[in-house]
Design a protein around this ligand. Sequence first.
Ligand code: SAM
Length: 207
Amino acid sequence: MTTYWSQRFAREGMIWGSQPSPSAEWAKKRFLEAGVSSILVPGAGYGRNTKGFASEFTVYGVELSEPALELAAEWDPETTFIAGSALEQQLQQPVDAVYCYDVLHLFLADDRRRLIEASLGQVRSGGLLYFTSFSDEDSHNGYGMELEPGTFEYKVDKYAHFFSDADLRAHFAGTEILETGSFTEVLHSPEGGTHEYILRYILARKP
Ligand SMILES: C[S@@+](CC[C@H](N)C(=O)[O-])C[C@H]1O[C@@H](n2cnc3c(N)ncnc32)[C@H](O)[C@@H]1O
């Protein structure tokens, strides 16, 4: 998977433009209300979302792709980027919140569990987790070979897990689920094109 993302970042640069997802603005509001001061962003890409947090919080981004890390260092110098896997704990000290945008659906079941466990392991008790992922209501759901229940190879050599609300809640069993919902994300490419995805989100608190 790293090769796929590294090739895309090397070729396309800031693939989804420079603006943070509107979900980052929404999460920021909830984090500020909860008195959050530090955030972990697993699978931070080139830093378009970390940059939206960096003026208010201490932000740590974890990312595997070297070209993405190079772009991130330039785009968002205020965030501390860590080269490594989001499936493993990278921080020595727990943060107050985790924001994870469109990374969870990239993995098969065992690695989805590892991502959530690693995130829980790096947030303090009482801290918040905000995750987005593909929805089962998205038009790509059900296309291609089904590799595991709900996980489809919907493009050549590219698969994703498509979450129902119950499935997303089940992944976060053991946390206090504060809110779930769905929204349509419109992504703008640097060439002026747009893509729409239906995403689900979850806001949960670590007990
Ligand atoms: C769909 S992109 C989302 C990027 C970013 N969250 C954003 O919205 O701009 C998924 C990102 O996860 C990264 N990634 C994939 N597997 C990873 C892993 N095990 N650890 C850290 N990052 C990973 C990819 O390199 C890519 O940057």
